[in-house]
Design a protein around this ligand. Structure first.
Ligand code: LMR
Length: 329
C-alpha cells in the first residue's frame, strides 16, 4: 500500500500512478467516533467495500472507528491538515466551525424522519453544503442516525422543571448549551469516546443521544431514566479534504461518488431500522425507566425553547428558519 502523499506529492503527478496500473492504491483514511454497530459504523464498512469493488482495488478506505485515531474535538483539524481524508461529524460538531449548521440542532426542528430527509435533500441541505467550500472541505452526503433522547440517573425528565440542576453531557455546541441552560440544567462538553467513563464516574449525570449510540456504547448501564422525546436530530455530513478530492483522477472520483450515493441511500434507511431494533432491546433492559413525552408535555418544553429560534435567527437568516418552520407544519 502506498499512501496518498506517496502517490500525489511525489514528482510523479496524480495521473502517473494510473499509468502504472492497478498495483498501487490511493488510501482514504476515514475516522469516526461511534461503534461499528451503528448506522455510521455500518455505512463506513459498506462504503469501504463498495469503493474497493468499484475501483477494482485502486482506492482503499481505511476505517478508524470508536475515535481510535481522533475524537470529534480534533477530527476536523485532522481533516483540514490532511492527516485523514474523510470524516462524518455530527451537525453539532461542524457548527463550531461554521455556525450556520446550528440550524440542524434547533430543538424539535424536525417532527419526523421525512422532515429530516426533506432538509437533507432540499434547500437547507444545499445551503449548508455550500458553507464548507471556503474551509477546504467538500460535503458529499448527509447520513442520518436518529432522534436524540434524554437519559440521566437522577429522576424522570417529564416537565421542564425536572431538568433542574442535572449535569448533562453535551456535544460541543452552542445550541445544545442554551437548550439545557433554559431548562436550568448544567452542561459539560465531553468527547464521545469519553462519555462512557464520565457517566460511570458520575462526572456527568445524563446525556442526550440516539438510541443507537446509547445502545451500542452501553451508556444505559449508568442511567436510570430515558425520555423518548425526539428533541433534536443526530445526523452527519460526510466530508472529504477538498485538496485531496480534487487530486483524485476523474474516473476514480466517479467510482467513489457512486459508492457514496449507494451507501447513503442504504444508510438513511438502515438508520431508522437499526434505531428501532435497538430500541426494542433497550426498552426491556431492567432498571431503565422509560417515559414517552406526550404532545402536551412537548408543548411545555417547546414554550421554554422557543426563544432559541429568535436568538439564533441572525446566524441562519430568516429564510432558513422559515424553511425549518415549514417542515414543522
Ligand atoms: C455524540 O458525540 O454524542 C455523537 O455525535 C457521536 C456520533 O458521531 O454519533
Amino acid at each position: 500500500i502506498i499512501g496518498f502523499s506517496d502517490v500525489f506529492s511525489s514528482k510523479r503527478l496524480p495521473y502517473d500512478y494510473e499509468q502504472q496500473g492497478l498495483g498501487k492504491e490511493i488510501v482514504i483514511k476515514f475516522s469516526y467516533v461511534v461503534a461499528e454497530n451503528t448506522p455510521k459504523g455500518l455505512a463506513a464498512k459498506m462504503f469501504a467495500h463498495l469503493v474497493n469493488q468499484k475501483t477494482k482495488g485502486r482506492v482503499k478506505v481505511e476505517l478508524f472507528p470508536d475515535g481510535s485515531l481522533y475524537n470529534e474535538f480534533d477530527e476536523i483539524d485532522a481533516l483540514k491538515q490532511g492527516n485523514v481524508q474523510m470524516i462524518a461529524p455530527s451537525f453539532s460538531i461542524i457548527s463550531n466551525q461554521i455556525p450556520e449548521w446550528m440550524v440542524m440542532d434547533l430543538p424539535f426542528a424536525f417532527p419526523n424522519d421525512q422532515a429530516v430527509q426533506a432538509a437533507f435533500h432540499g434547500a437547507i441541505g444545499q445551503e449548508l453544503l455550500q458553507t464548507l467550500q471556503s474551509k477546504n472541505m467538500i460535503g458529499m452526503a448527509f447520513w442520518g442516525n436518529g432522534f436524540r433522547q434524554i437519559t440521566n440517573d437522577k429522576r424522570p425528565i417529564i416537565q421542564p422543571k425536572d431538568f433542574n440542576g442535572i449535569n448533562f453531557r453535551i456535544e460541543q455546541s452552542k445550541v445544545m448549551e442554551d437548550k439545557f441552560r433554559l431548562m436550568h440544567a448544567n452542561t459539560t462538553a465531553v468527547p464521545f469516546n469519553q462519555l462512557f467513563q464520565k457517566l460511570e464516574s458520575g462526572t456527568v449525570d445524563g446525556e442526550e443521544n440516539s438510541i443507537s449510540n446509547i445502545y451500542s456504547k452501553k451508556l444505559y448501564q449508568f442511567q436510570n431514566y430515558i425520555t423518548i422525546c425526539n428533541e433534536s436530530y443526530l445526523g452527519y455530513v460526510v466530508l472529504f479534504n477538498q485538496t485531496f478530492w480534487n487530486r483524485i483522477p476523474k474516473d476514480l472520483q466517479n467510482d467513489i461518488s457512486e459508492a457514496l450515493q449507494e451507501t447513503t441511500a442504504w444508510e438513511n434507511e438502515e438508520a431508522i431500522q437499526l434505531n428501532q431494533e435497538q430500541w426494542n432491546m433497550l426498552k426491556n433492559i431492567p432498571g431503565l425507566n422509560v417515559h414517552e413525552l406526550t404532545p402536551a408535555e412537548k408543548k411545555q418544553w417547546m414554550a421554554v425553547w422557543n426563544p432559541i429560534y429568535d436568538q439564533y435567527k441572525p446566524i441562519f437568516g430568516k429564510q432558513m428558519i422559515e424553511q425549518i418552520r415549514e417542515l414543522q407544519r
